[in-house]
Design a protein around this ligand. Structure first.
Ligand SMILES: C[S@@+](CC[C@H](N)C(=O)[O-])C[C@H]1O[C@@H](n2cnc3c(N)ncnc32)[C@H](O)[C@@H]1O
Length: 380
């Protein structure tokens, strides 16, 4: 991290410094960096990566300097509806503890704490980003010692775990198919040398890795695999002694994820509320994400001993949790924003919720409220 000067917040210089750091990593790694390592640096290199630098990131409109909006940023009713499912899980597990992974601006924590009141004695946030942690600390100051932050998971934990759009921010590996052979796609230094140094380019190496689902991939297919997200779920599952976990994110079951028609993969960047598909330019200045393979997550959890409570669309989940009752009497803006969470062509269908549990009252496992109607576990 030798180049970094902590006072340097200007986005162009942050991006240039991060690019130099990544170039050095490529040179030191035999001139080729697997994409997951590139993505990890682009998002999380201390002080420089997209989630580690001081850019605003979350917000409803680009005028605020933000890059994208998430459900809790859009409507507080997201957290209030989720709180009903969390309350049921706290009761069923006999715990008073919530864990949130990747809390962003702290919006969801604020909504859950407000709705759950005394039911929560401890709300622990785990976030890779130090700058976001500071933002969370300011926003949640009124909750005092109830809220705490953890750098790492304890060996054993109990309570209810939540994570909104955290899995899509975990680095993915890329696999490319030329019609006969699979390659791992990584990043190399390109030939063009301007004043800022060589640009990044794609480089492929033969690999024994394969997509988890065997489809008739066309030549030129590029798909993601998600070992980090799977390892994350396995670790959580191994350490959760009693409680439940709910993850909300965009993605599909495996058969849909690796469908030949989606042969370009799902890797996407977000900046100023616009999406683009080129993570190799403007590193650190935009978010990089990939959709979630929910089948792989369900298998990882199940293999480590968790029960899958359910899997459904965000629209079904929120409606099952009574979001429409919460809308009664809401102002126009809240109503319009909450509708975005529910409508099929916005966030209602692409976003899914998956739930896991262990050591809870069996009556809860049989009837978690969020999955009461529209459960699609059979598609995983
Ligand atoms: C797309 S943002 C979502 C933020 C927030 N949940 C929301 O909905 O607005 C992703 C968040 O996940 C965090 N993150 C990514 N990987 C993580 C990990 N392995 N553990 C904890 N937090 C992580 C990032 O720092 C960031 O706060």
């Amino acid at each position: 991290m030798g180049f970094y000067n902590a006072s340097m917040h200007d986005s162009a210089s942050v991006s240039a410094t991060l690019a130099r750091l990544i170039r050095t990593a490529i040179e030191r790694n035999d001139s080729w960096l697997p994409f997951d390592r590139f993505m990890a640096m682009a998002l999380y290199a201390p002080g420089l990566g997209y989630y580690a630098n001081h850019s605003r990131k979350f917000g409803v409109l680009p005028q605020s300097g933000s890059d994208f909006v998430t459900a809790p940023e859009l409507s507080a009713l997201f957290g209030r509806a989720l709180a009903r499912q969390v309350a049921q899980a706290l009761d069923a597990s006999g715990t008073h503890e919530v864990w949130e992974f990747g809390a962003g601006s702290g919006a969801l924590a604020e909504q859950l704490l407000g709705a759950l009141g005394d039911k929560v004695q401890r709300y622990t946030i785990v976030d890779l980003s130090g700058t976001l942690r500071e933002r969370q600390r300011e926003r949640l100051a009124a909750h005092g010692a109830t809220v705490q932050w953890a750098d790492a998971l304890p060996d054993a934990l109990s309570g209810v775990i939540v994570g909104n759009e955290v899995l899509d921010a975990m680095p993915v590996q890329l696999l490319a198919f030329d019609g006969a052979q699979w390659f791992e796609r990584g990043v190399v230094l390109g030939p063009s040398t301007g004043p800022a140094g060589p640009a990044f380019a794609w480089g492929h190496r033969p690999t024994a890795l394969r997509p988890p689902f065997d489809a008739a991939f066309p030549p030129g297919a590029v798909v993601e695999i998600h070992p980090q997200a799977e390892a994350f779920i396995s670790t959580l599952a191994e350490r959760l002694t009693r409680g439940a976990a709910f993850f909300i994110d965009y993605g599909f079951p495996e058969a849909e994820y690796y469908h030949p028609q989606r042969s370009g993969g799902t890797l996407m960047c977000h900046r100023a509320h616009r999406a683009d598909a080129d993570p190799l330019v403007d590193v650190g200045a935009k978010d990089i994400t990939a959709h979630v393979n929910f089948t792989a997550l369900a298998l990882a959890a199940q293999n480590a001993g968790l029960d899958v409570l359910g899997y459904t669309t965000q629209a079904h989940f929120l409606m099952n949790c009574g979001v429409l009752d919460l809308l009664e009497g809401a102002d126009l803006k809240t109503t319009a924003n909450t509708q975005k969470l529910l409508t099929e062509h916005e966030m209602g269908e692409l976003f899914k919720v998956i739930g896991f549990a262990t050591g809870c009252d069996p009556a809860f496992n049989a009837a978690p409220i969020g999955f009461a109607r529209g459960d699609r576990t059979h598609t995983l």
